[in-house]
Design a protein around this ligand. Structure first.
Ligand code: BGP
Length: 477
């Protein structure tokens, strides 16, 4: 590309506490819902747990040193709520706080801008036990209390904050298809009510944040899968619109406008599953929407949308968690839409569509619809990587994937989108929630599989490639 990214562009990489830290019960940390959930046989690939993960808790200095050497501008990581509040509220665990303080200081020492996610899916188990976690409106104030505590603790050090990671994914997996905690199946009304509680927690947190750090930047990270109608048959074009309202705008409109998309709300009301929204809720959501600074986007793939007859596919289908290509199934909402594969695009071994231009599409859609700056908080390729006898990892396929996505991102900027950051998923290899350790995403290989390993770190070819991208501010793309 002839052009480079704007000056001060944040080239980054991301992680999540549960997927890297380990030390699940050390130094006073409370248990999370994931620590409990993974004990249920069959829930994760080869029964993997985050008890040790890639031991980042004890090796964060080594990991940050690798970031510094690479020249990384920002590191997005999450704070484990039960590490700070073992009971979800009440007494603070100072040792847990210190871990994050040390991590942040280590980043700052190396000029790596910390970008902190407050909630990347690990809820204090104590709150799950006490009132069903996100199912109760009580969680809203407990979350805001936790967030406020953390804001005050890291004020002046951390400028970029993400409230909630992929609300659409963890609620769908938790209350619709039973694959994440609390493992509930087809509880659709509860699913929408839970989402409403999460929206309120996000919104009240944004309001609290602006009191504490008026100059700080805050937003939510949404797992955005832009959609293409299968063809110009009107019924498929309508299905695309309905898909967007139900699966995309349902979340992004609340973050950016503070209200639910009307046609989706009407549909869910008729179905008897729409959330209860009080006048007070509505005004809180509106106020927070005026204050958010960016739209966080985790981009992995696009969707094709086709009309789905009433007796058509449901969203309860087999997911590919093994890396055996073609084992995933088509999902959809009967009478509304389904998502067939895209015949023009290749897929990963886990059946995720590879669509670099979808990233440009996502940015342009957000720019047109919301006119907000964008933070790409995740994008990356999960693949089987091989370490050679010389401890090298030749992940040219990952380089090709990331290069093509960054190219499209730079195009989006050229075409008018304001993009502040691009974080790859992930910096080191880590534990995939449902896919074990074999689905690798990192620039840094971790000698770790489902059974164990030395946990030693090795730079992959993509590490050196990204180092050059950062050094040249994108000129090598
Ligand atoms: C996102 C999550 C991440 C990460 C990533 C890759 O949905 O925010 O935590 O896991 O997806 O997904 P997977 O591990 O399923 O391949």
């Amino acid at each position: 590309m002839e052009k480079t990214m704007p000056k001060n562009f944040l080239w980054g990489s991301a992680s999540a506490a549960y997927q890297i830290e380990g030390a699940y019960n050390e130094d006073g940390k409370g248990l999370s819902n994931w620590d409990e959930f993974v004990k249920i046989p069959g829930k994760t690939y080869k029964e993997t747990t985050g008890e040790l993960a890639v031991d980042h808790y004890h090796r964060f200095k080594e990991d940050v040193a690798l970031m510094a050497e690479m020249g990384l501008k920002t590191y997005r990581f999450s704070i484990s709520w039960p590490r700070i509040f073992p009971e979800g509220k009440g007494e603070v665990n100072q040792a847990g706080l210190k871990f994050y303080e040390d991590l942040i200081d280590e980043c700052l020492k190396h000029n790596v801008e910390p970008m902190v996610t407050l909630y990347h899916w690990d809820l204090p188990q104590a709150l799950e036990a006490e009132y069903g976690g996100w199912e109760s409106p009580q969680v809203v104030d407990d979350f805001v209390h936790y967030a406020t505590y953390v804001f005050n603790a890291f004020k002046g050090k951390v400028n970029y904050w993400i409230t909630i990671n992929e609300q659409n994914i963890f609620t769908n997996f938790g209350w619709m298809n039973g694959m994440h905690p609390p493992g509930k199946f087809n509880e659709e009304k509860l699913y929408y009510q839970v989402n409403h509680h999460v929206f309120l927690a996000h919104a009240k947190t944004v309001l609290a944040f602006k009191e504490i750090m008026p100059e700080g930047k805050i937003g939510a990270s949404f797992a955005y899968s832009p959609s293409y109608a299968l063809d110009c048959k009107p019924i498929n074009a309508m299905a695309k619109m309905d898909f967007d309202n139900l699966k995309n705008y349902w979340w992004m409109d609340v973050y950016a406008y503070g209200r639910y998309p009307r046609s989706a709300y009407t549909y869910l009301e008729k179905k008897g599953v729409a959330p209860v929204v009080t006048t007070e809720d509505a005004s809180i959501l509106k106020e927070a929407a005026r204050l958010i600074d960016f739209m966080g986007v985790n981009y992995y793939q696009t969707s094709v949308v086709e009309y789905n007859p009433l007796d058509g596919v449901t969203q309860f289908a087999e997911m590919n968690t093994t890396g055996k290509k073609g084992s995933g199934q088509i999902t959809g909402e009967p009478g509304v839409y389904k998502n067939p594969p895209n015949p023009y695009l290749a897929t990963t071994d886990w059946d995720w569509t590879i669509d670099p231009s979808g990233l440009r599409f996502a940015c342009k859609e957000i720019t047109s619809r919301y006119d907000l700056p964008i933070v790409i908080s995740e994008n990356g390729l999960g693949a089987f990587d091989e370490k050679t006898g010389e401890n090298e990892i030749h992940d040219d396929y990952r380089i090709a994937y990331l290069n093509a996505h960054i190219y499209e991102l730079m195009k989006a900027v050229e075409e008018g989108s304001e993009v502040w950051a691009y974080c790859t998923w992930s910096f080191t290899d880590l534990l995939s929630w449902l896919n074990g350790y074999q689905k690798r995403y990192g620039f840094v290989y971790v000698d770790r599989d489902e059974e164990g390993g030395s946990l030693d770190r090795y730079k992959k070819d993509s590490y050196y490639w990204y180092q050059e991208v950062i050094r040249t501010n994108g000129a090598t793309i």
